[in-house]
Ligand binder design. Sequence first.
Ligand code: DC
Length: 226
Amino acid sequence: MSAYKSIALDGPSGAGKSTLAKLLAEALGFVYVDTGAIYRTVGLCAFRKGVAPTDPERVAELLPELHLEMRYEADGLQHMYLDGEDVTQEIRRHEISRYASLVSAIPAVRAFLLDRQRELARHNNVIMDGRDIGTVVLPHADIKIFLTATAEDRARRRYEELTQRGQKLDFAVVLRDIRERDEQDSRRAAAPLRRAEDAVLVDTTGNSLEESFQLLLQTVKERLSV
Ligand code: DC
């Protein structure tokens, strides 16, 4: 048993995982680990090198040379570095979401990242968000939450987030891509998106951020006695 506490937060794209996890981490004094950002950085690497994210062999060849770093900076946020460059903003681009989803289906990529994720939970109280945290990465997490919402609700959030970042896209495209990613992330053979049997299901459809946050905080406090 680890002396540290861990919260596994899984769910499909756009359910509000990262925003809520950040707020929860602050409220509890835990380290927030955004594992999607790690897959996005691998996706960005393939994108930049002109490697098809659907080609497992070529993507696997990138791994030994991959200089990927995760640092917590003064702003309290997790920054991602690729070959020494801060790519924290770049990895949020819409086209990188697709690359991240495709490279994350490759078993060699998942194996490469597994220990790094576990290592973080060995040395910190963490709230880790992703797709397979409760099922594969931290199967003994103290609490597991599966956060979801309808595809329309999630697409609306993603659309607003991208618009705020200055990326102009049609809502219909964002919705189509969310559905495509759901399909890809859930159907893959390697660690698919799936609710762990012992995960608490939280549906945020129609909730404000504050409502979802309170709901999660209450769930966590009840279970962790913090
Ligand atoms: O959470 P996100 O949208 O930033 O994640 C980007 C992609 O990475 C997502 O489509 C699936 C993949 N991913 C994964 O396979 N396993 C994780 N633990 C986290 C993300």
